[in-house]
Design a protein around this ligand. Structure first.
Ligand code: HEC
Length: 120
């Protein structure tokens, strides 16, 4: 069985309000800068970009998860770990440590997504 954090689930958009995200072919650097700052403030207590920590390492995440799934996870981790199979399996893999809702706006979650596009 492939660990949930290694599984590729690109066809799954997750559960939540984000239904469709269009990624431009080029990276928007202003969004990346905002996203990196938001990540540093709200996420690094549990996520590191060079290793597995309290939660999964987000480096390379765009090759495993759809943009919609990632944004739904950021915006409502409780709903996702209750209703989405992949998020449920992640919760088990990470020993029931649940991701705290950081109460971000959709725009802020989109900025973090753009930052994630640079983590390869
Ligand atoms: C309190 C710790 C904590 C904080 C703070 C936190 N997370 Fe998480 N995150 C987790 C855990 C633990 C998981 C694994 C799922 C679970 O156990 O709920 C996770 C899962 C994820 C996933 C799915 C990863 C994958 O490989 O599929 C993403 C994306 C994510 N978090 C992004 C974020 C972002 C962005 C922030 C900041 C806005 C954030 N997290 C803040 C603990 C946290």
């Amino acid at each position: 069985v492939v660990l949930a954090s290694k599984r590729v689930t690109l066809d799954n958009k997750g559960i939540g309000k984000v239904k469709n995200v269009e990624l431009s072919p080029t990276i928007d650097n202003a969004m990346v800068e905002r996203g990196a700052a938001l990540f540093k403030t709200n996420c690094t207590a549990c996520h590191k970009t060079n290793k597995r920590f309290v939660g999964p390492n987000p480096t390379g995440i765009m090759e495993r998860r759809s943009p919609e799934w990632i944004m739904n996870m950021i915006l409502d981790p409780k709903l996702m770990t209750e209703e989405d199979q992949c998020a449920k399996d992640l919760l088990v893999e990470f020993n029931g440590a649940s991701m705290a809702n950081q109460n971000l706006t959709e725009e802020q979650a989109r900025d973090i997504l753009e930052y994630f596009r640079t983590l390869k």
